[in-house]
Write a protein of this length. Structure first.
Length: 342
């Protein structure tokens, strides 16, 4: 049986391509995940390929790295499955589309990183990204007009698997697209193999700051800095961090009073260790509270006044938001304090 080595499903667009293709075409394989941005990653991948990256496909003693090489190998191994179109001209065009995806669209990749779990409408757009989007749309439109859809060359193929991560980006960042393009995005997202990947990506619960340009790095780049709760970093490990990120609406009357009340209320709860927050001028912010146990987190979540604040925030103040709970095994603090910030 094949062994497919992949990265995090939420972030690893290159891993998604062969996984979706093999799953959609019913090619059996064993999945072996490797967490990105960990000390173990390079050590695990180096014996498998000279580039030490995912994906890697093992077929006995043969190891194939790079998603396009894997796709070509599978097409040769399973010619009856028609991973490429049967027609020679269509097959050539499908390869053109895959090669364009494989080698291009650097601005889209940099500014709209695949992040299936996130909801970041409007983020990441700039003129260079729009040029990439326009080029993708021209290729999609030409293929769909010729084939009649619903996939780029009629039936689902390797080329659609290659553009599945682009569809995921469009779902996350929601750039302006014509209706026909959204129909294609929705068709890809509804494919059982893609839907399965998306479900598993959202369930991973792994937050990689290097891939979180808008939910982590952007907030930390704010010119305002609040003192980190040093006491919590001195607490006995493990402890737990509740990470709340949100984009606040323009109409935020009453929000500051509620926020101050929650900051007063949290320290009164058993198991509380500390809290810190930062918010940018555009309304995006992160609040992290620290707790001694998951039981303490659960009690805080169910505290009556806190529940009311959560409901009010969802109804009135938050355009979008996300909550994550992380178990902290070790940590350190580096603090910059701006005394003008209260």
């Amino acid at each position: 049986m094949f062994i497919l080595h992949i990265g995090n499903k939420n972030y690893s667009s290159w891993s998604m391509r062969p996984w979706v293709a093999m799953t959609a075409f019913g090619i059996p394989f064993e999945e072996r995940p490797h967490w990105l941005d960990t000390p173990e990653f390079a050590a695990q991948l180096s014996p498998l390929s000279p580039v030490a990256k995912v994906p890697v496909l093992e077929d006995g003693d043969l190891r194939i790295w790079d998603s396009l090489a894997i796709g070509e190998y599978l097409a040769e191994r399973f010619p009856e499955l028609a991973l490429w179109p049967r027609d020679v001209a269509e097959r050539a065009l499908a390869r053109c589309l895959c090669a364009s995806m494989h080698s291009g669209f650097g601005a889209l990749r940099e500014h709209m990183v695949m992040n299936i779990e996130a909801d970041l409408p409007g983020r990441g757009w700039n003129p260079a990204v729009q040029r990439d989007i326009d080029q993708i749309l021209r290729m999609w439109q030409g293929a769909l007009q010729t084939s009649g859809g619903p996939f780029l060359f009629g039936a689902f193929g390797l080329v659609d698997a290659f553009y599945a991560p682009v569809c995921m980006r469009f779902v996350t960042y929601r750039p302006t697209l014509p209706d026909w393009a959204w129909r294609y995005v929705q068709t890809v997202a509804a494919l059982p193999a893609v839907a399965k990947w998306m479900t598993q990506a959202r369930a991973e619960g792994v937050f990689l700051p290097a891939d979180e340009t808008y939910r982590a790095q952007g907030a930390l780049a704010s010119e305002s800095h609040a003192a980190s709760p040093i006491a919590c970093f001195d607490a006995q490990v493990p402890y737990f961090a509740v990470i709340f990120s949100s984009l606040r609406s323009a109409d935020d009357a009453g929000y500051e009073a509620m926020s101050r009340r929650m900051a007063e209320l949290a320290p009164q709860q058993a198991g509380y260790l500390g809290i810190e927050s930062v918010r940018r001028a555009d309304g995006f912010g992160i609040t992290v509270s620290y707790w001694s146990s998951l039981d303490a987190v659960a009690r805080w979540k169910q505290q009556v006044e806190h529940l009311g604040a959560q409901d009010l925030g969802k109804a009135k103040w938050y355009v979008d938001y996300a909550v994550r709970v992380a178990r902290v095994e070790r940590s350190y603090a580096k603090v910059k304090v701006d005394r003008a910030v209260v």
